[in-house]
Design a protein around this ligand. Sequence first.
Ligand SMILES: *Cc1c(COP(=O)(O)O)cnc(C)c1O
Length: 456
Amino acid sequence: MRELLRETADRAADFLESLPGRPVFPPVDLDALRARLGAPLPEGPSDPREVLADLAEAGGGAAVGIPGGRYFGFVIGGALPAALAADWLTSTWDQNAGLYVGGPAASVVEEVAGGWLAELLRLPADASFAFVTGTQMAHATALAAARHHVLAEAGWDVERRGLSGAPAIRIVAGARRHATIDRSIRLLGLGTDSIAEVPVDEQGRMLVEEVRDALDRPGPTIVCAQAGEVNTGAFDPFAEIADAAAGAGAWLHVDGAFGLWAAASPRLAHLVAGAERADSWSVDGHKWLNVPYDSGIVFCARPDAHRAAMTTTAAYLVQADPGGPRDQMDWTPEFSRRARGFALYAAIRSLGRQGIAELVERCCDHARRFAEELGGVSGAELLNEVVLNQVLFRFETDERTAAILRAVQESGEAWMSGTTWQGRQAIRISVSNWQTTEEDVARAVAAFRRAAGHDD
Ligand SMILES: *Cc1c(COP(=O)(O)O)cnc(C)c1O
């Protein structure tokens, strides 16, 4: 066992050290990859060391350079050293973090990390929380709590009676909400027809007047606001939305997958002012905090609703022993589960409050540098106000935008994704990796200059 683990650790380190010298997105041929990994179901055993050696070569060769500093695709982040190592321990210990008795340290570490996260993100200290797979399931959990609460207010016990015959719930959400909001609504049986879509401005922010109009109707209502639009990084005006939601007695949920991390920086916290007044929040550990997949966190300002929606015992039972141990399954949609608190705990301890603020601010500084330097690339047009870590731009035509993006991707110097913005092709850069340096930014900009025909 020791030898296998040691060899694997060396392979992992080799992979990480190879990143600066290899294409960010390696040339991968799907058929070749299938042929390389595919085989008939093995009838008998193989030596684990051989299995791992082969997997490391085939899998590692096709792995995208996401952990490195020149990957700017989607909003993905890398893995901090402490978080990666803690993730290894998590698999090694193999605790079942559904119940305290399935791993006492896993339970306690979640209590501690949950409190730290609420403090970092400027959320109420007494908010309940759960560590889930990502923001998708954080939304599903938060909106289940919201569903419980708004229907309980209308005299309906949804946990017992379900949705047939229940008062209809309206979901007020911006036109630029993330697709995971819609899927959560589908999973919860509310149906996407329940969404009253609110128009947004040119950065993707909900228009407050339109929110007020949408809320000017009685009945159970949930408002979904957003911290960090995936293209522009824009923030909804939380204070005004919180006022409107409170006036209407609506539940307010905030999708803060990456944008809520602005709260961890004294310089950027103004962007989320008012978000602390929401009833629930979703945020990712695996994006900007640079924890390995999978790691999302949900917080709820109404612990009773959260617990009633998730607990596996009857909704009306209060926790028998308030000072007793935390059973995570009272707060999560899963039953058996990975002890994902360890990696979060290690990430937060290894950086501290200051280190996390610096990580967030450094990424935003790089984004601003990108915006400035791309301004000097022939034909590039910046499309967003660079308020956070996202840079959105395009070239004169959709064809040129697509061709330049492809050329940069194929250069291996950097990788970022394309998007459609206001009906036209655009390129989206997200700086969310702890390792990205000024030199990485310069290399990526140089790749754009070459692709755009500059001769330097
Ligand atoms: C990434 C993202 C999500 C989905 O998060 P997952 O962790 O991938 O489930 C939701 N909302 C926003 C704004 C995001 O950026």
